[in-house]
Design a protein around this ligand. Sequence first.
Ligand code: SF4
Ligand code: SF4
Length: 394
Amino acid sequence: MTTVAIVRCEDYEPKRVEDAVRQALDLLGGLGRVVRPGQKVLLKPNLLRAAPPERAVTTHPTIIRAAVAAVREAGAIAWVGDSPGGVQWNVTDRVLEESGVGPAAKEAGAEIKDFDAGATDIIECPDATVLKKFALARAVREADIVVSLGKLKTHCQTLYSGAVKNLLGCLPGGGKIRVHQLAPKARQLWAAFLDIYAVVRPRLALIDGVLGMEGEGPSHGKVRHLGLLIASEDSVAADAVACRIIGYPPKAVALLKQAEERGLGTGDLAKIEVVGLPVEEAAVSDFVRPSNFAFEVIPGFLMKLIGRGVSVEPEIVQELCKKCGLCQRSCPADAIERHEGLVIDQARCVRCFCCHELCPHDAIALKRSWFIRLYDYMRHKRKRRRDKADAPHS
Ligand code: SF4
Ligand code: SF4
């Protein structure tokens, strides 16, 4: 049986976070089960883009500080490293600074590893499903232990982002965009993430779900207070429990089934023992899903029938666009053209939503088709009816 720990942590008050991280690790048998004195432990936060901690885009600095302290207490050497999203070299310092992760890591005694500035190794995996060859940050291989410090968020393409998806940042710079080119659909993308997971093999996952993100995550959704930390030696199991907490049906996130089939982790909740806070107490019923949720849950035959009625398209809001060109440089399908302003060629767009994820000015909107709007309306109506029926009668 795989174990996942859930711990309450209502806010980011440093002492509360430190206690909660310690409690989560103790519930799993202590950090000493995983980390030996003298080992190099790479803590991999989610540093998607430059955003202040209260936006819930990145793993919170107090979590980093507490994790570094725990590693050092175990007598090991702490590294904190990542490569932010998109094709953006030389931005790691700014992301570290704005997210607060850099100062927190340094103050706690960790060494920063900027994957974009460091050396890379070419990894060949003939048995991989999608990524048979890719460049990996050398620091990932040099570390004795990798810990995924993911952030609990929705994701416009894969629906969910937590511990496993977080490892995409182990690929420096444009390597991440190449993954989107090779895997344009959510299912293929999860297969690619599992290819990375199979190489990186984090020994521990700790998901920051104190403030998560709902709606159009992982960058422009709404901040959602959950007050939780989720930890496991199996990142897939940690993600499975996180998905259960936010009310996703297990089949919605392809990661869980694929990981089971490939023997890379436990995605089946029936095989997971939850310790600490019971999952029913941690669960929320009103977590707002991303617009494209319907794609993953509507049966294929119905999708064919409805055709273009089921679509979510990225659209550049010209009044907000600063013409920085980041979306254009990061688009894996070369679908963004510069005329007077920037315009998306919808015929070429593969709906990866990298542009939406990375735009620093909230200038990419998601245009939902009539069916998606109807689907969301029906869901909310059903929920309101359920809430009314559940409400205590006075
Ligand atoms: S849409 Fe956003 S990322 Fe793209 S050019 Fe405009 S401001 Fe930059
Ligand atoms: S336009 Fe945006 S959503 Fe479409 S392929 Fe390019 S980055 Fe992806």
